[in-house]
Ligand binder design. Structure first.
Ligand code: GTP
Ligand code: MG
Length: 149
């Protein structure tokens, strides 16, 4: 089953909305297969965002990610990569649809609450950056047969 890597960024943790955001993905029908609260170091943050190295926002984004603990998660489900991105809303909360996560909880691109992998390949890379293989759990979840044929 498809997996994605989601991160609740430092602003989500500090603002006390971890539960609200996790709840959205649970209610959608996705399965949580890994979760931890961690302090990211500079090396990991730079590796995570290396595609943006050289851009003006690279340094500030790394500083933002390492400024306070984050919640790292792996979620599983049908089309979870693209559906999670839809649920997050546009990168800039000013343009994010009102009901989306960024549209509901954020106002500025420099504090946009959540990260989600942008492709299945990115998800594989990011999951491996944050989790050991044995930290990704395999289990049956009640109600799975009510989500699709
Ligand atoms: P992520 O899920 O965090 O990767 O966001 P994204 O895929 O929607 O956007 P992108 O990968 O293009 O940018 C990565 C992150 O860098 C964004 O989520 C922001 O935190 C930050 N960022 C991107 N553009 C800007 C910008 O113009 N200004 C600032 N301050 N931060 C930016
Ligand atoms: Mg991105």
């Amino acid at each position: 089953m498809e997996k994605t890597f989601l991160m609740l960024k430092p602003d989500a943790v500090q603002r006390g909305i971890i539960g609200d955001i996790v709840s959205r993905f649970e209610k959608k029908g996705f399965k949580l297969v890994a979760l931890k609260l961690i302090q990211v170091d500079k090396t990991l943050a730079e590796e995570h965002y290396k595609e943006h190295k050289g851009k003006g926002f690279f340094g500030p984004t790394v500083e933002y990610i390492i400024s306070s603990p984050i919640v790292a998660m792996v979620w599983e489900g049908k089309n979870v990569v693209s559906l999670a991105r839809e649920m997050m809303g546009a990168t800039n909360p000013a343009n994010a649809a009102p009901g989306s996560i960024r549209g509901s909880y954020a106002v500025d691109i420099s504090r946009n609450i959540i990260h989600g992998s942008d492709s299945v390949e990115s998800a594989e890379r990011e999951i491996a950056l944050y989790f050991k293989p044995e930290e990704i759990l395999v289990y049956d979840k009640a109600g799975e047969t009510w989500l699709s044929e």
